[in-house]
Write a protein that binds this ligand. Structure first.
Ligand code: ADP
Ligand code: MG
Length: 695
């Protein structure tokens, strides 16, 4: 019988397949390119392309595509067939090195923030050989980066690769100071835990809001809250379990190491976590995972919802970005060591992350900002909009002790006793888990919990890698000529902690008191996405990205514009959908009900004599009054939408946030109250109870 081990990665042109199918010298040249990030020789590329095509065709592929990640956060593909017509009505299958290395998608409709004039609508894609090609639905997919002809970055992958280089370069330098000259590269590792909802596809189809915006714009809370319905749970579980098994199989074929699947807190909510891998591969894998989650769902009669907040009053979905750095030989640099020297190194990397997160709170916050995630961050089930870090009591104590050595500077003896040789052993397992922290140290990695479930993981990792690279760079400058290295490290660890300890918070980050305390500490609290985006072009951010060659100033400005625009567009679509559903579905349904009630009342009155108003009359009054209010609210929303149209950029996104969303909320309130009194068979779409508590 075929086991998982047999088919794992069977649809991936991975290292094993390459070694099998490529001539030895070609394989070697390719490996070298991958290891050193050099350009690929065209002869090598031709040979690789041919082997790749033969392999793909044997697996049933008919097409190939450059698979890339434009700024929409989705992945993009343009399929080309391998066929090349020949004389006599025959075809041969061709795929050249040129086609492998470079593509020219006509991609004028992808956002570029004005970087690409429309007369020059084409961008080009370039193969990222560090992420394996794979076959998805009869198409050979080649992971690529996407740029404009003038070299501006138009995707999410390029900056990620650059940021991985940046942190690697800086970490290697630091390691050399510790005498680890054999380390040539440092690798960013990422494991993305993915939350999602599964509901009946039939219900999904009946809800225009879910189809067009990914979330419900209407829906009174179900009488049942988040408690699980044990009665239905068993039945539901089989179907979900079948889905999960099917999904795992599909992921495994693509070499995606899906490891754990389980139910989440909210009804119909689940989570999938892969085994971590190199950051760019993990990001690619997560994109494929999200795509497959949706596709496989459909086979099982489900719709998979990846929106951050599909249902009001029910927990939303996030994505936990587990992040660490390790040497090329796999030694985790955020893992406490076995001896004082290694612990000093560990602490240095640890405080580099603390410094980075404190100095670039804004960048981390921006990297997780979106209209969808605004419903989550700051609500009481998700991390707040304030970035802070959890270290655990023991690690905090150690850093406090080291930094208080600094405080008694002058009394030389005091400082000496805190030299490397007396560094305490650091507990290997910080079992003290804090589930409320936006950025928690979990023993040998950080878990960044702010990203939304639908996010590409590229952005958050670019922010993390680059800011940590910057901290490491400043450390290197300070340490490289230190006369007493050990002493200098201890001193630097203590001082850095002291300067940035305001970002460390081990308490309950969901508690309202934390907001006040964070404000006293001077931490940023960027409540909404438009507010966050406004910080993007701050001089310190432009300098950071410029220093490490991640983005030019022009690119940051354009990205900032794209963010504001994307936000406005999202809310715009939600507002139009709100109007559409209110005017075309809810008001007509309520009116029909009202009119039936009215005629019913008349016929009852003619049949029996009654004293005083009947229940029906009372309901009728309420229905009519709420319907009128609802209608009034739709007119107000139409008006503010007209105003929003006149604006652009940051002004527009703020207007959507501050004027449009509250008007949508008004409409929803009236509509949800109507839902509670209109008879079930009149209501035009499935309710929360229908969707979340199906059998
Ligand atoms: P949890 O309790 O949050 O489920 P786990 O230890 O199971 O924690 O890990 C969650 C995720 O973190 C998994 O995807 C796992 O592969 C990933 N992970 C573990 N170690 C690392 C690391 N060194 N770098 C990045 N991700 C990691
Ligand atoms: Mg986790």
């Amino acid at each position: 019988m075929e086991t998982v081990a047999d088919y794992f990665g069977s649809m991936v042109f991975n290292d094993e397949t390459m070694r099998e199918r490529l001539p030895k010298d070609v394989y070697k040249a390719l490996k070298k390119t991958i290891a050193e990030g050099k350009d690929l020789d065209l002869n090598v590329a031709n040979s690789v392309a041919n082997a790749m095509k033969n392999w793909a065709v044997e697996k049933g592929a008919t097409h190939f595509t450059h698979w890339f990640q434009p700024l929409t956060g989705m992945t993009a593909e343009k399929h080309d067939a391998f066929i090349s017509p020949m004389d006599g009505g025959k075809v041969i299958l061709e795929f050249s090195g040129k086609e492998l290395i470079k593509g020219e998608p006509d991609a004028s409709s992808f956002p570029s923030g004005g970087l690409r004039a429309t007369f020059e609508a084409r961008g080009y894609t370039a193969w990222d050989p560090t992420s394996y090609a794979f076959i998805k639905e009869d198409t050979l997919c080649i992971p690529t980066a996407y740029c404009s002809y003038s070299g501006e970055v138009l995707d999410k992958k390029t900056p990620l690769l650059r940021s991985m280089e940046a942190i690697s370069d800086e970490a290697v330098k630091i390691l050399s100071l510790f005498g680890k000259n054999d380390v040539k590269r440092v690798i960013t590792t990422v494991g993305a835990e993915q939350e999602y909802f599964l509901i009946d596809e039939e219900d999904y189809r009946k809800r225009k809001d879910l189809r067009l915006t990914g979330r419900t714009l209407f829906g009174a809370r179900s009488p049942k809250g988040q408690e699980k319905d044990d009665h239905y749970f068993g039945a539901l579980r089989t179907r979900v379990a079948e889905y999960m098994a099917d999904l795992d199989t599909e992921l495994w074929k693509l070499g995606i190491p899906a490891k754990t699947s389980h139910n989440e807190v909210a009804p119909c909510q689940h989570e999938l976590a892969p085994v971590f891998s190199v950051a760019n591969v993990a990001v690619d894998h997560n994109q494929i995972t999200m795509e497959l989650m949706k596709k496989v769902a459909s086979r099982h009669g489900f719709a998979c919802l990846l929106h951050e907040k599909p249902f009001e009053g029910v927990n939303g979905s996030g994505k936990h970005n587990n992040w660490s750095i390790s040497t090329d030989s796999g030694i985790n640099l955020l893992e406490p060591g076995d001896n004082p020297k290694d612990n000093a190194q560990f602490l240095l990397f640890l405080v580099a992350v603390i410094k980075a997160v404190d100095e670039y709170q804004d960048l981390l916050r921006i990297s997780v900002a979106s209209a969808g995630n605004d419903h989550r961050l700051g609500a009481n089930e998700a991390p707040p909009a304030i970035v802070s870090m959890f270290l655990g009591d023991e690690l905090t104590e150690i850093l406090e002790a080291i930094s208080s050595g600094k405080r008694i500077d002058g009394k030389k003896k005091g400082r000496m006793t805190l030299g490397v040789h007396v560094l305490p052993d650091i507990p290997k397992d910080t079992t003290d888990r804090n589930r409320t922290s936006p950025m928690a140290f979990t023993g040998n990695k950080f878990e960044f919990r702010m990203p939304g479930s639908s996010f590409s993981m590229a952005g958050p990792n670019v922010a993390l890698n680059t800011s940590v690279a910057s901290a490491l760079k400043s450390f290197y400058e300070e340490l490289k000529d230190a006369p007493d290295f050990d002493k200098a490290v201890t001193e630097l660890v203590g001082r850095t902690y002291l300067e940035h300890k305001r970002i460390v918070f081990n308490g309950n980050a969901y508690a309202p008191e934390w907001r006040e305390e964070a404000e006293e500490r001077g931490l940023l609290n960027l409540q909404s996405s438009p507010e966050a985006f406004d910080q993007y072009c701050a001089p310190k951010n432009i300098k950071l990205f410029g220093d490490f060659g991640i983005y030019t100033e022009k690119e940051i400005v354009s990205r900032c514009e794209i963010h504001h625009e994307e936000y406005s567009k999202t809310v715009h679509i939600e507002a139009l959908t709100t109007l559409d559903m209110a005017v075309k579905r809810i008001i007509p349904a309520a009116s029909r009900y009202a009119s039936d009630l009215a005629s019913g009342i008349n016929s009852i009155r003619s049949a029996i004599s009654m004293v005083g108003p009947s229940a029906d009359e009372d309901i009728l009054r309420k229905v009519v009054s709420l319907t009128n209010e609802l209608y009034g609210a739709t007119n107000v929303l139409s008006e503010v939408l007209g105003e929003a149209d006149k604006l652009s950029g940051s002004l527009q996104s703020h207007y959507y946030r501050e004027e449009v969303i509250p008007r949508m909320d008004d409409i929803r309130r009236f509509a949800d109250n109507l839902e509670l009194i209109v008879a079930k068979d009149y209501w035009p779409f499935p309710t929360y109870s229908d969707m979340l508590y199906y059998v």
